[in-house]
Design a binder for this molecule. Sequence first.
Ligand code: GUN
Length: 287
Amino acid sequence: MSALMLDGKKLAAELIDNLALQVAKRVQQGKSSPALAVILVGSDPASSIYVRNKRHACERAGIHSLMYDLSEVTTQEVLLALISELNRNNAVHGILVQLPLPSHIDSTLVLESIHPHKDVDGFHPYNIGRLAVRLPDMRSCTPYGVMRLLALAHDDLKGKHAVVVGASNHVGRPMGLELLMAGCTVTTCHRFTVDLAAHVARADILIAAAGKPGLVRGEWIKLGATVVDVGINRLEDGRLCGDVAFDVAAERAAWITPVPGGVGPMTVAMLLENTLRAVSKADALLG
Ligand code: GUN
């Protein structure tokens, strides 16, 4: 078998074009353009690239992006004060704090300080909790982007055995909740899991989100499985690779995501969709 590609780059571009139409329609109707505040603390090279990509995507969709480039030594108090001001500003609809934050800042406290209606990353416990009780509002971007990619391959996920490798707050856990809501039987594997290979071998749907290059060996993949690789790892020679050994996995899977060009662009597209959702909610609340 040679797997078909789940082309996140193509789907994300289509979704962003569609968002641009919706934003243009809003503006035509005299409504405000969506505005997203993007806060970057420090100058981590990977974060700077991610933030630049997000800003370019905003431009393509007609979403106004407000950049806050703060120095590495910014105090937690200054950051919390900025978020508090943005929470109160009705002209700002979404707030994103790029992670990781410098170690002197408590990320949990910072993320919880963002108003849940402006939490376009979908990281706030309120939004994760809503997903847990099947009442999603702002959905975490990467897991929701994965669900949209899976829809290209599957009309219905009910009854499928989904295995998520990685149990992070921002990807693995909400990913499991998304798959559960879609009717999958979900197994979440993590650093204490015994016999990862045996779990992976039972997956109709495999989501790898551990951030460890080559952790999932191609021979473990069930024949005909759908494989989504969330990992983006930079090798010593500068190349990017996922958590799944791609070449062998692609011989066994029916569908697979490339790295790069799979999940990454979908995360950005979902961020923009959440920003449009946030402005629509603000319209409804503020009149
Ligand atoms: N750092 C890496 N990925 C993400 C993301 O999706 N959102 C934020 N805020 N930070 C990140």
